[in-house]
Write a protein that binds this ligand. Structure first.
Ligand code: NDP
Ligand code: MG
Length: 387
């Protein structure tokens, strides 16, 4: 029986992972969330977790009350999250927190020698080179949870790395497929939150609407599978049935398919290499009837173009686009800026924030901070112009 910890247990990925864990008798030793103490306490009680971590320290007392009388160790804050990531007796740490805050816990788990199921793609975008090197040095395995990367990982089973020619990274295209840049100028938060195929947390749903998500995944794929940028082709595939594919040297293409349900890649990461029935439904290709494919529109979806540009620049550039995007997305969700402003801010950060080589974690964290400061300054000047 495997033992896991789940960072981000109250989110979209976290709750689905717990469903998988219950189905397959996976022991859940630790849980962590940002602020949602009600759900965190409920999960801890139901699953018999030994450790719970709440990042928001103002919520510690509420969590204590909810867990009254239970033999559960309560951790909190950034240090508590790091401690949760490096607990003994955990086979796999699932990192499903949202955003750059996931980077240090990932490095902590690696340092501790704990294998990782990684949903938190921002970790690999901002600090991918550091993370992959640390994992290789420690012999720690990183199992991708992101559906495209799980698909690629599955299509690579039994293959030699030297046989791989390139990757076809599929993209649903999001809610604004086929729209023009001008048409996107006035879309609302509610429009952007309406994803056609996937139900996910707010941040990634907006990233899917701007196609920033596909840009992040492009970089994530390069880091996870040690690919050059010219080895990845993004293919818009509206139905989200083919979750990505690997093209081999003989032009044979192996794709992974399934219904669009994150429980399949989550379960593959947690049970690898086992395959057991997943708590979802099987795929019926005849129900779909046809599958469609198109090229992405890099003129309209500028966040995607900015990510590809950033990874080709290298150094801290991916951390800069990621940090700028995080700040811009929360500002869009708060209705402070328009939809296309997200892309403009990401492009602006890439042009204006100094790009340096990545030699240490500090280089990544500074780039992230500078990108966020750049965006906040632009937001302040926008709001003073509007007054
Ligand atoms: P959600 O917003 O639904 O959940 C985020 C989770 O992280 C919540 O449990 C939240 O706690 C927790 N969290 C946020 N900040 C902190 C923090 N500082 N310390 C501890 N916990 C924290 O996000 P998703 O589940 O949608 O996404 C999670 C990650 O997985 C993202 O990186 C996303 O890109 C990636 N991903 C998601 C997919 C999906 O289908 N949802 C698909 C592929 C990748 P609280 O509830 O208390 O706020
Ligand atoms: Mg994905």
């Amino acid at each position: 029986m495997k033992t896991i910890s789940v960072l981000g247990s109250t989110g979209s990925i976290g709750t689905q992972a717990l469903e998988v864990a219950v189905k397959h008798n996976i022991k859940v030793k630790a849980l962590a969330a940002h602020s949602n103490v009600q759900l965190l306490a409920k999960q801890a009680k139901e699953l018999g977790a030994e450790y719970v971590c709440i990042f928001n320290e103002e919520k510690v007392n509420a969590l204590k009350e909810l867990l009254d009388g239970r033999n559960v160790t309560i951790l909190s804050g950034a240090e508590g999250l790091n401690e949760t990531a490096r607990l003994d007796g955990v086979d796999i740490m699932l990192n499903s927190v949202v955003g750059m805050v996931g980077l240090v816990p990932t490095l902590e788990a690696i340092e501790h020698g704990t294998d990782i199921a990684l949903a938190n793609k921002e970790t690999l975008v901002a600090g991918g080179e550091l993370v992959m090197k640390a994992a290789a040095d420690k012999g720690v395995k990183i199992y991708p949870v992101d559906s495209e990367h799980s698909a690629i990982f599955q299509c690579l089973q039994g293959a030699k790395r030297s046989q791989v020619r390139r990757i076809l990274l599929t993209a649903s295209g999001g809610p604004f497929f086929s729209k023009t840049y001008e048409e996107l100028e006035n879309v609302t938060v509610e429009d952007a939150l309406r994803h056609p195929n996937w139900s996910m947390g707010n941040k990634i749903t907006i990233d899917s609407a701007t196609l920033m998500n596909k840009g992040l995944e492009f970089i994530e794929a390069m880091r996870l599978f040690d690919l050059r940028s010219d080895q990845i082709e993004i293919v818009v595939h509206r139905e989200s049935v083919i979750h990505s594919a690997v093209e081999y040297n003989d032009y044979s293409v192996i794709a992974q398919m399934g219904v669009p349900d994150m429980k399949i890649p989550i379960q593959y990461a947690l049970l690898y290499p086992e395959r057991l029935p997943c708590p979802t439904r099987p795929l019926s290709l005849t129900d779909y009837g046809k599958l469609t494919f198109a090229k992405p529109d890099l003129e309209t979806f500028r966040c995607l173009a900015a990510c590809i540009k950033a990874v080709n620049i290298g150094g801290t550039a991916p951390a800069v686009v990621n940090g700028a995007n995080e700040t811009a997305v929360y500002s869009f969700l708060a209705k402070e800026i328009g939809f296309n402003d997200i892309g403009r801010l990401v492009e602006g950060a890439l042009e204006n924030v100094e790009i340096r080589p990545v030699n240490s974690l500090d280089d990544v964290l500074s780039a992230d901070r500078e990108a966020r400061e750049y965006v906040r300054k632009r937001l302040n000047s926008l709001s003073s112009q509007n007054k």
